[in-house]
Design a protein around this ligand. Structure first.
Ligand code: MCA
Ligand code: AMP
Length: 503
């Protein structure tokens, strides 16, 4: 195949008048219309001088055009690098610089903030707004509505998704065409997606869940998406009668359950509800079944691996578990110290291998070697257990990570900023239970001797360089941090101490 990812996901629909996207304003977009836009964008990116393998950094609001940029990159053999729209210019600067992006696409609203970054990195800067306007569509409008697909192989890279780490420095996970394609195929089959499906899509499209899991599976099946700009409870309830399936993070489910308009009747026609990106409380699973009669299908994945496991479509979807490894994916539980496989039933590190596992971190061979073994197993940093029937459960994390409303927050990144603030001796950032977001961020500070801390000032200053969702919702001051005999900060003690601050 000339370009396996493009040909399989998009190429099959080039002439199709079938509906692909339902938009908020009531308009509908056919596959053919969507792919004509993508072809024009691919033409533009190529004429702008980008060659196969070049990176396209994108920080734009969710829209059909934003999704068309992804299709355009695949068609032109470019590497798609989507960025959370909540990132500040300081955060974006790192991604553009680290990836060596050839072009940065943003909304007109943030153009001025990103212009100096693009200039410094010698990247072009163009705009694309959620309403379809902007400098890129303007220039692409006169280009042909077809584009000669650039040949690629399954081993060629299709996307970089940045994910943080325990050092606080983000790493670009390199995902190949084969990684994305194999996962889309496995999920489409496992979850029985067909051209009859209409997916209620309210996730952002700059992460694996909304972009690859939701969109790739729909594209492969030739289905439709009700493509909402974001999660809005009223809109979800209004649109559910037209949908057959929904994918969401646990917050979507708790918010739906919190609304009495979400009834058995509203959801009785639905074929499938999928949850992932963060732990779904067993209690939510049970409440959902009591309310609707549906059992949520929970699955488990990572940016580096796409999806690894899924509860069964047919068969028992067990609350508190993430089901079985997907076809082609090997999963084992190992001893964190020795790497040896543990006997069935024991708790240890989850390691996975398969066609879904990424190619490594961009220009970080040491980091790659720390997490991706030479035999192909990826060390996830999640702690898990496999029961006698083969169901995998995630019981904890071997990495210092907070997941808030499905977004990952690495405490180290915030601690580095807090430690730099005037009067701060040291800090510890922890995640504590939060009814809406699952977990939320608390910053624990220790002042230098004799100093008083200006907490409001600290909040404002770190807010300038840190996306809103990462900012501590609460800052507290302690005389000292609890440490074990080795001198290591005992975050477990802090998490216990502040467990109820948001309840
Ligand atoms: C928004 N805010 C948040 C979050 N989202 N704070 C903490 N955590 C969040 N997740 C803040 C905003 O900055 C704002 O703050 C206030 O909350 C309200 O903002 P708004 O935009 O109205 O929030 P929302 O629309 O209610 O968003 C909540 C949400 C959204 C619907 C849960 O965060 C969301 O769509 N999350 C999905 C994330 C996702 O797709 N993850 C998948 C990653 P203020 O008012 O103070 O300014 S992929 C992945 O993890 C792997 C691979 C996997 O397995 O899928
Ligand atoms: P990310 O780095 O955004 O890809 O987040 C991946 C992490 O999200 C995993 O390593 C898990 O810790 C977590 N995760 C994803 N799905 C689930 C799930 N169903 N249950 C618990 N944790 C999950």
């Amino acid at each position: 195949m000339a370009n396996p990812l493009f040909d399989t996901l998009f190429g099959q629909h080039l002439q199709s008048d079938a509906i692909f996207l339902h938009l908020l304003d009531g308009n509908k977009l056919t596959y053919a219309d969507f792919l004509e836009t993508a072809a024009r964008y691919a033409g533009y990116l190529t004429e702008a001088g980008l060659n196969a393998g070049d990176r396209v950094a994108v920080q734009i609001e969710k829209s059909p055009e934003a999704l068309a940029i992804y299709a355009a990159c695949v068609q032109a053999g470019l590497i798609f690098l989507p960025l959370n729209t909540a990132y500040t210019a300081a955060e974006v600067a790192y991604f553009v610089e680290n990836s060596g992006a050839g072009i940065v696409l943003c909304d007109d609203r943030i153009r001025d903030a990103l212009a100096p970054i693009a200039k410094r990195c010698e990247a072009k800067l163009e705009t694309l707004n959620a309403d379809g306007s902007g400098s890129l569509p303007q220039q692409a409008a006169s280009l042909p509505k077809t584009f000669e697909t650039v040949p690629r192989s399954e081993d060629d890279l299709a996307a970089f998704l940045y994910t943080s780490g325990t050092t606080g420095r983000s790493k670009g996970a390199m995902l190949s065409q084969g990684n994305l394609l194999s996962n889309a195929q496995a999920l489409k089959n496992e979850w029985r997606f067909t051209s009859e499906d209409v997916l209620l899509h309210a996730l952002p499209i700059f992460h694996t869940h909304g972009l690859f899991v939701a969109s790739n599976v729909t594209l492969l099946a030739g289905g439709q998406m009700i493509f909402l700009p974001k999660f809005d409870l009223d809109q979800m309830i209004a649109d559910m009668p037209r949908a057959t399936t929904m994918m969401g993070v646990p917050t979507f489910y708790t918010r739906l359950l919190g609304d009495e308009r979400f009834t058995k009747d509203l959801s009785k026609h639905m074929r499938l509800f999928v949850s992932g990106s963060a732990p779904l409380l067993a209690e939510t699973h049970v409440q959902f079944e009591d309310r609707t009669g549906h059992r949520i299908l929970e699955r488990y994945g990572m940016t580096e691996t796409n999806m690894n496991t899924s509860n069964p479509y047919d068969g028992d979807r067990r609350a508190g578990t993430v089901g079985f490894p997907l076809p082609g994916v090997e999963l084992k539980i190992t001893d964190s110290q020795t790497g040896a496989t543990l006997p069935q039933g024991e708790i240890g590190e989850i390691e996975v291998r398969g066609p879904n596992v990424f190619k490594g971190y961009w220009q970080m061979p040491e980091k790659t070697a720390e997490e991706l073994r030479s035999d192909g197993f990826f060390i996830t940093g999640d702690l898990g257990q496999i029961d006698a029937n083969g169901y995998v459960s995630i019981v904890g994390r071997n990495k210092d990570l907070i997941i808030s409303g499905g977004y990952n927050i690495y405490p180290k990144e915030i601690e580095l900023l807090l430690d730099d603030q005037e009067g701060v001796l040291e800090s510890a950032v922890i995640g504590v239970p939060h009814a809406d977001f699952g977990e939320s961020v608390v910053g624990v500070l220790v002042a230098m001797p004799g100093k008083a801390l200006d907490l409001e000032g600290i909040k404002t200053r770190i807010g300038k360089s840190l996306a809103r969702f990462k900012q501590p919702q609460k800052l507290v001051v302690l005389p000292e941090l609890p440490r074990n005999t080795m001198g290591k900060v005992q975050k477990k003690v802090l998490r216990e101490q502040y467990r109820t601050v948001f309840q």
